[in-house]
Design a protein around this ligand. Structure first.
Ligand SMILES: Nc1ncnc2c1ncn2[C@@H]1O[C@H](COP(=O)(O)OP(=O)(O)OP(=O)(O)O)[C@@H](O)[C@H]1O
Length: 401
């Protein structure tokens, strides 16, 4: 049923729902629009409405072919009925999450082209001092009305406007764990590199079908974001992998700027022509997401070596893994541990990260992997014993003249 929003807009039907509200297909003075009506409790929050009013200029001013434009902002009285609503350009097509769910993995050229466009949008926003803070496939819409799909980033700054005050009171981190840069988890302010980290995570996910550090309890995901290294994706052109790695750097200063990322990705496009989506094993990705981290998992985390503990003195605060992070004495944190070694990263006794394997390659820590290790050890022992016997025989022959 149609519903009026403010004096200028009519909402016709629901396009989708998110955590902050409902998005409607609507009509305005200049034609069709998408109208995001924020939840009632948010609209009733006077501070929140004031923050939106304060950011009106910024929200309305951001224009780029890869950013969903905000055309109007309706605040309280203006929206008649107390709605808080964002009127946006209508994007005709699915969001990237649904597209990925349908394709499972994207061919490298498509993935890189989408991410290059979004990086271009971020470059303009960052130059204007605006940080998105919630880059993820749900916030990237695909306009499929033209000959080629066009990716558009939406929800600029909205997550932050809504969440900012709660962050202060709860003392926790806000965002989507799978895409959250280590410095956010470390309690540092979010600057432009957080968007680059999140976008590199999206690129990894488009290529692999899973995020580099996702799966299980969100606490475990946050821990991996800070301590683990993304598993390499077999079959990816090295230049592309290098770019992803650089943008997934734990240190924000080591990541590329959005404009550079956009141009480097565009340069790679011709070399990716015709490459199929990666042929990865299913890994444990799907099940991994479903299985909650065992309750005792935190206790099983590798402890700091005793000397390091003693050196730092007691009580010892969290180890800031990102330069400049202020250790937080209050929090029992995921940073209070050492970086796992290769075996752990590969999913051994403690590691929980997924590692991309070629078909036929056993998973580290699996029975097949252990059997292969045992066989290799036996072969080495037999070879060593043979070599020793040969040496003894030579010595004996020499001694006998
Ligand atoms: N400008 C738009 N044009 C067309 N459809 C849109 C537009 N914006 C959002 N939608 C649709 O509405 C759905 C809900 O969007 P919304 O931004 O509220 O939530 P979300 O980003 O999916 O999730 P969350 O807010 O929880 O992060 C989207 O998945 C998309 O299908």
């Amino acid at each position: 049923m149609a519903r009026n929003i403010g004096s200028r807009y009519t909402a016709h039907r629901v396009l989708g729902r998110g955590s902050a509200g409902t998005v409607w297909l609507g009509e305005g003075p200049d034609g069709p629009v998408a109208i995001k009506v924020l939840r009632e409790d948010l609209a009733a929050d006077a501070d929140l409405v004031a923050r939106f009013a304060h950011e009106r200029h910024t929200l309305l001013g951001l224009e780029h072919p890869h950013i969903v434009g905000v055309r109007d902002l309706l605040l309280g009285d203006e929206a008649e009925g107390g709605d808080l609503a964002l009127v946006m350009d209508l994007v005709r097509g699915p969001d990237l999450r649904s597209h990925l769910a349908a394709c499972r993995r994207l061919p490298p050229r498509e993935a890189v082209s989408i991410v290059a466009g979004v990086a271009g949008g971020l470059a303009v926003a960052h130059a204007a001092g605006i940080i998105h803070r919630d880059v993820k496939p749900e916030n990237i819409l695909l306009d499929t009305s033209g000959p080629e799909p066009v990716a558009l980033l939406t929800d600029f700054g909205v997550a932050q406007l809504i969440e900012e005050p709660r962050r202060g009171t709860a003392g926790g981190v806000v965002g989507t764990p799978d895409y959250m840069a280590p410095e956010i988890i470390e309690g540092l302010p979010s600057r432009a590199p957080v968007d680059i980290y999140a976008l590199a995570t999206v690129l990894y996910e488009l290529l692999a079908g899973f995020t580099p550090f996702g799966g299980g309890h969100s606490g475990a995901v946050l821990r991996r974001q800070v301590t683990e290294k993304a598993a390499e994706l077999p079959g990816l052109p090295p230049a592309l992998w290098e770019l992803i790695q650089q943008c997934l750097a734990k240190s924000p200063a080591s990541r590329l700027r959005a404009s550079e990322l956009a141009s480097r990705l565009r340069e790679l496009l011709p070399a990716l022509d015709g490459l199929p989506a990666l042929d990865l094993l299913d890994l444990e990705a799907a099940d991994h997401r479903m299985v909650p981290e065992p309750a005792g998992a935190a206790a099983a985390l590798p402890a700091l070596p005793a000397e390091a503990e003693a050196e730092a003195g007691t009580p010892r605060g969290a180890v800031p893994l990102v330069r400049g992070a202020v250790p937080d004495e209050e929090r029992v944190t995921h940073t209070r541990m050492r970086v796992p070694d290769a075996e752990e990263l590969a999913g051994g006794a403690h590691g929980t990260a997924r590692v991309a394997r070629r078909p036929g390659q056993p998973r580290a820590g699996s029975a097949r992997h252990s059997a292969a290790l045992r066989r290799r050890r036996l072969a080495v022992t037999v070879a060593a014993a043979g070599a020793l016997a040969l040496v003894l025989l030579l010595v004996l022959l020499l001694a006998l003249g």
